[in-house]
Design a binder for this molecule. Structure first.
Ligand code: AMP
Length: 282
């Protein structure tokens, strides 16, 4: 336990109000803990842009599906708080479940359109859970900026949309994906990969990178190239592939013919672990 942990919205508001009176600019980095270098890169972006940085650590139950890994999600609060504070976080907000979802909680924020494709159909309810908890965290903290990773690119766009639609006075800052040396996007779930799976995992980014190069050369072949990529992943040992798709970077419209600006998106299971990744075509 350190002084930099707080658990109640009332304490959070009091501290942020004090900072505001001193004219400080405040940044928020929402996380689900299991902190790694990807999260810490968001903290450093917030620290560069703000006088005070708050990180939240809350494993949000409403964004996990029934058969997903909520119960297995890694929790080590003391280590997370140490890593976050070492990286320049001033305050770590670790609310209990009842603080976020008190008895009788009845509101859901649901963003349509952007959630229709990619992870949306494969994770019913997931983006409602994300949109609801992020709306709450933003309103509890009322930061000047909040930083989110492009690792969860669809989530980043959903959050930009809800902030605009609900007139929440915060700037949403997107942060580049931090990768291991072999290209695997860092993720809290990577620790569940067996040694064999860990060896295969970087192929995911390699296959998506190949898709980006191939569609630039043959823009009309988007669908074939993505289908071949899905087959290649299965041949490499991925258990199943939810999607490999090329989409417009703002609307996430699925592109049958590549046009700039687009990103390649993928989600696939390696053993029991679901990997997601994406990258710009240019
Ligand atoms: P999570 O704890 O997985 O909910 O992630 C919290 C925040 O960290 C989200 O904005 C993620 O997009 C971001 N994030 C997770 N992994 C990475 C990564 N490898 N690079 C950059 N940001 C990341």
């Amino acid at each position: 336990m350190t002084d930099s942990i707080i658990r109640s919205v009332a304490d959070l508001r009091e501290i942020v109000a004090g900072w505001r009176q001193e004219g400080k600019r405040v940044g928020l980095v929402p996380t689900m803990g299991a902190i790694h270098a990807g999260h810490l890169s968001l903290v450093s972006i917030a620290a560069k842009n703000c006088d005070k940085v708050i990180a939240s650590v809350f494993v949000n139950p409403t964004q996990f599906g029934k058969n997903e890994d909520l119960d297995a999600y890694p929790v080590d609060e003391a280590k997370d708080v140490r890593n976050l504070t070492d990286a320049g976080t001033d305050l770590v907000f670790c609310p209990g479940k009842e603080e976020i979802y008190p008895n009788g909680f009845s509101t859901v924020i649901s963003v349509s359109g952007l959630t229709a494709g990619l992870c949306g159909p494969f994770r019913p309810g997931h983006f409602d859970g994300v949109a609801t908890v992020v709306s709450k965290l933003l309103l509890q903290c009322l930061p000047d900026i909040a930083v989110f990773g492009e690792k969860d690119y669809q989530q980043l766009l959903v959050i930009r949309q809800l902030v605009s639609d609900l007139n929440i006075p915060v700037e949403i800052v997107g942060a580049p994906i931090i990768r291991e040396d072999d290209g695997l996007a860092m993720s809290s779930r990577n620790r569940y990969l067996s040694p064999d799976e860990r060896r295969v995992a970087p192929e995911f980014n390699r296959v998506l990178t190949d898709v980006a190069a191939l569609i630039k050369a043959k823009p009309d072949e988007c669908q074939n190239i993505c289908r071949n990529a899905r087959e290649e992943l299965l041949e490499l040992g991925f258990a199943s592939v939810d999607y490999v798709s090329v989409c417009d970077i703002e609307t996430l419209e699925l592109l049958k013919t590549y046009r700039h600006p687009a990103r390649v998106f993928g989600a696939a299971y390696l053993g029991a672990s679901r990997l997601i990744d994406n990258l710009p075509v240019d």
